[in-house]
Design a protein around this ligand. Structure first.
Ligand code: NCD
Length: 342
């Protein structure tokens, strides 16, 4: 329960009162860091079921009917915001999305005031994207409901790593033992960081390929192999994840020019020859064609999983919302009603 809760009504939450024997005993999803393989596997298993269900005519359910989900995005987003909204609706929640230009709201007091305001409306799920690392955690400390991190600064983007993992697991059978290469702007990428944590936890071999200026300062402590040349890093790769150059997060000169970047670190057919024949090509989007990836590689229908990643995003977000709301009384009552019917 938050220390400064403004609510007069308090009810058990997934964190306070998780269903007994819960395989995901966490109140929020703030990052992959701190999740054990059992919790990660549980989310992926639940998401796998939703991925199948989403391909049928019966995509919608009402297991979360009566619950309220707020999506609070302080940074731009297309696929993450849309998929959280679709995921909530498919489970029967009332979803409301609020986008706020990052310039109009600053961190500190204002963010906490926003948290108090939203908390007073008693949402059941709050999905937050924010430009500052750690902002989502700060906000979660003031909220009574489950909070999901939809990307904070350059820190974490847990649902992206989960959807990437689900895509790999469905295409390759397992994550364990796969050689997975993450290429590009790793220093500014919360996607890379969450993926490194998750893939290491699940037993993959993780390699990073980037110019030295685009590697994070703590790279030695991440448990990865580092390469600066694509031909070396891609050798024998099962999966290659390309990252966008996040120029909006770069202060100063990190690269000589975009043309030179493409020449050395852009993914082309020629460079892909070093990887396994059945290498899976991934990108979290948005893509800069001709900067970090060649168009024909991105559109390679046999090897590119980029659209599938988007599809898995809905399933993973459904799983996260489902699992985090399991302790709520509305859910318990709905589950009981289901049991009585059957
Ligand atoms: C990423 C993000 O916002 O962190 N996109 C996404 O969520 N699919 C990566 C990016 O912006 O490059």
């Amino acid at each position: 329960m938050s220390m400064h809760s403004t609510s007069t009504v308090s009810y058990p939450r997934a964190d306070v009162d998780p269903p007994s024997g819960s395989l995901f005993p966490h109140k929020h999803l703030l990052g992959i860091w701190g999740l054990d393989p059992t919790s990660i596997k549980h989310l992926l298993d639940v998401a796998d079921g939703y991925a199948d269900q989403n391909r049928t005519a019966n995509k919608n359910s009402s297991i979360c009917a009566g619950l309220t989900q707020i999506n609070l995005f302080f940074e731009n987003s297309t696929r993450t915001l849309m998929s959280f909204e679709i995921a909530g609706k498919r489970l029967g929640l009332d979803t409301i999305s609020m986008s706020t230009g990052s310039s109009s709201i600053k961190k500190g007091e204002t963010l906490l005031d926003t948290a108090a305001t939203l908390n007073a409306m008693h949402p059941d799920v709050l999905v937050v994207r924010h430009g500052d690392s750690g902002a989502v955690k700060l906000l979660s400390e003031k909220m009574d409901c489950a909070v999901i991190n939809a990307g904070d600064g350059r820190a974490e983007h847990p649902t992206q790593a989960l959807l990437d993992a689900l895509t790999i697991r469905r295409r390759k059978g397992q994550i364990h033992g796969q050689t997975i290469v993450i290429c590009g702007d790793i220093a500014h990428s919360r996607v890379a960081r969450s993926n490194i944590y998750l893939l290491n936890a699940m037993g993959a071999r993780v390699r990073l390929v980037a110019p030295p200026t685009l590697l994070p300062k703590d790279v030695d402590r991440l448990g990865v192999e580092v390469f600066h040349r694509m031909d070396e890093g891609l050798k024998g790769a099962d999966v290659v994840m390309m990252l966008r150059l996040q120029q909006e997060r770069m202060k100063g000169a990190f690269l000589p020019s975009l043309r030179e970047y493409y020449k050395f670190w852009g993914l082309t057919r020629e460079k892909l020859n070093a990887a396994k024949d059945d290498v899976l090509i991934m990108h979290p989007g948005p893509m800069n064609r001709g900067v970090e990836i060649a168009s024909d590689v991105a559109d390679d229908i046999d090897r590119s999983a980029i659209e599938e990643q988007v599809e898995m995003g809905v399933a993973v977000r459904m799983a996260c919302i489902d699992v985090l709301t399991r302790g709520l009384p509305q859910r318990v009552n709905a589950d009981k009603a289901e049991e009585t019917k059957s």
